[in-house]
Design a protein around this ligand. Sequence first.
Ligand SMILES: [Zn+2]
Length: 148
Amino acid sequence: MQFDDLSPYSYTRMTSKASLKNVGWLSESVPFCQAPTPPGLLAKIEAATLPLRNPMRGIHGCPLCEHEHISEAIEGREFLLGMSEAWFPSPHDEVIYIAPSLLLHYVKRHDYLPPTELVQAAVALPASEAEWDTPRGAYRKLVKRYGD
Ligand SMILES: [Zn+2]
């Protein structure tokens, strides 16, 4: 499933008062930005990957290296990716970036560089996901309704 970065989220019927934007829905046939990972980003992606957001039936493998079962280590434990999402609220606006959980793999193994506005939002978030929210609370409402 490929969606352009920052296009409106449409993969599931999930809705929010915040603007939901796609990030990291990559495919092998559409070029994407590759660059070294900005400092501080990986820790936020790991924090967003640990809670199972919008879990789905079935597992998506990586379309880039064509492995069917992708797992990555977070805090020393292996986590299976490709069956949930990673959400990133902007601490400055009512915007939530929605990525497939494979985002962690794309960044670590394929040097994917997400859009600058996602990077800036993610790096500005507190270390603990429990403290993440948008200014008017749309992120925590989304977690309550579709979190897991
Ligand atoms: Zn891969």
